[in-house]
Ligand binder design. Structure first.
Ligand code: RIB
Ligand code: CA
Length: 412
């Protein structure tokens, strides 16, 4: 008996890896993407919003090119996905966008090199896509609306960017769409089934500074607020920090395709197509060429780190909340206790783990006691589980993610 798809709210700052994560979510029958909320991060929020529209425009072109490809994207079926814009900057400190990596437009500047990927000009109030319902509400309000509308515990929020941000008017008071929603109506927010967040770096260096991962660096106040909600036991959070996401790479040869390759494939009878790149491959290949060059210039392997896709993959694999079955496939999480540095000159956004033998070891000891069944002190268990994010430390492996993503998104 197939279970109903898990409802998710995707919170994202497209961003090249966000694009692959959004496409994976839409290509997965286990998920029903009921809303997409946009935050600043890889680029400015309005630009990220337009990038999300480019993803949908590319999907429209893909389906026009090959009607059968619609079957690859169950996330386009069913009801419309609500799209909402979040705010555009951190509560405090300078605004950081990852333009150095993602380009000023967040997608390797394809807005200049490939203007034909731009979404159709949207007239005021017109739907630009038959699968999107453009909300005029702030993202945080849309999050609360969705949580009120659906059964408690039935919605997962998959957060792929800085934990969003402040509503311009509330800038001084609150942070993050998640934290804004949490602060505005904690009772409604606690109806969330769980939050799955790509962010942080616990036992590995940062990627934006020596100590901080980008999503945490871009708005440490928001990360702190959301973590406080977890510590209070308001909701469960699963984290995918750099520790687990960086090793999940896909070689660029699998992600970037050229017209020549497409021609070669069709000429030698290997492919059925006309030799043209499919619109979706053309879109994703175009946005990854610059990223590939950057990775090479950093002296890094010729592979793309699947930070955001790992978070979506977790949501797919745990959609039915059968932890034992997921563990069978290699998924493992442990509770970790840490705090987020908010104002550090050198450590803004750092996940500060207390290894002095109080929190961290207790948390780990309790977790091992749980798994070994020797844990008498259930109250501690509840405290640890309620008080600490569950950090992903094991997955089915990067090749499983590669096969899943390339197969579902590109039909490879
Ligand atoms: O550090 C990786 C994270 O920062 C990813 O979400 C990527 O999209 C960037 O936002
Ligand atoms: Ca992101």
């Amino acid at each position: 008996m197939t279970m109903a798809p898990r409802k998710i709210i995707l919170d994202t700052d497209p961003g090249v890896d966000d694009v692959l994560a959004v496409l994976l979510a839409l290509a997965s029958p286990e998920l029903d993407t009921i809303a997409i909320t946009i935050t600043f991060g890889n680029t400015h929020a309005p630009v990220a919003y337009n990038n999300l529209l480019k993803i949908y425009a590319s999907l429209t072109r893909e389906v026009m090119h090959d009607a059968a490809s619609l079957a690859r994207f169950p996330g386009l079926g069913g009801g419309k996905t609500v799209l909402a814009l979040g705010a555009d900057g951190p509560v405090d400190g300078e605004k950081a966008v990852a333009a150095y990596f993602h380009g000023t437009d967040g997608l390797s500047n394809i807005s200049e090199t490939h203007p034909h990927f731009d979404p159709p000009q949207q007239l005021e109030g017109e739907h630009v896509h038959e699968h999107l319902d453009l909300s005029r509400k702030h993202a945080s309000e849309v999050i609360l609306d969705q949580l009120r509308e659906h059964e408690p515990g039935s919605v997962t929020i998959v957060a792929l960017g800085p934990s969003h941000l402040t509503h311009p008017l509330l800038c001084a008071l609150l942070v993050s769409n998640l934290a804004l929603a949490l602060a505005a109506d904690p009772e409604t927010f606690s109806r969330v089934g769980q939050v799955v967040w790509m962010g942080g770096a616990l036992d590995v260096p940062g990627n934006t500074s020596p100590t901080a991962e980008f999503n945490c660096f871009a708005d440490p106040y928001a990360a702190h607020q959301v973590l406080e909600g977890v510590k209070k036991g308001l909701f469960r959070m699963v984290m995918a920090p750099l520790d687990i996401t960086t090793p999940h790479t896909i070689h660029f040869d699998q992600l970037i395709h050229t017209v020549e390759e497409a021609d070669a494939a069709s000429t030698h009878g290997k492919g059925k197509g006309t030799g043209r790149l499919t619109p979706l491959r053309e879109f994703t290949s175009a946005m990854l060429v610059r990223v590939r060059g950057l990775m090479q210039s950093f002296g890094l392997p010729d592979e793309m780190e699947m930070h955001d896709p790992v978070a979506v993959w977790y949501a797919i694999e745990n959609a039915q909340q059968d932890e034992a079955a997921a563990a069978e496939r290699g998924w493992k999480t442990v509770p970790r206790v840490f705090a987020v540095e908010r104002t550090g000159e050198l450590t803004r956004g750092m996940c500060v783990v207390d290894r002095r033998g109080t929190n961290e070891e207790d948390a780990l000891r309790t977790k091992s006691a749980i798994s070994s069944g020797k844990n008498e002190d259930h109250s501690t268990t509840a405290k640890v589980r309620a008080g600490a994010p569950e950090v992903i430390v094991g997955t089915p492996g990067k090749k499983v993610l590669e096969t899943l993503l390339l197969g579902r998104v590109f039909g490879a």
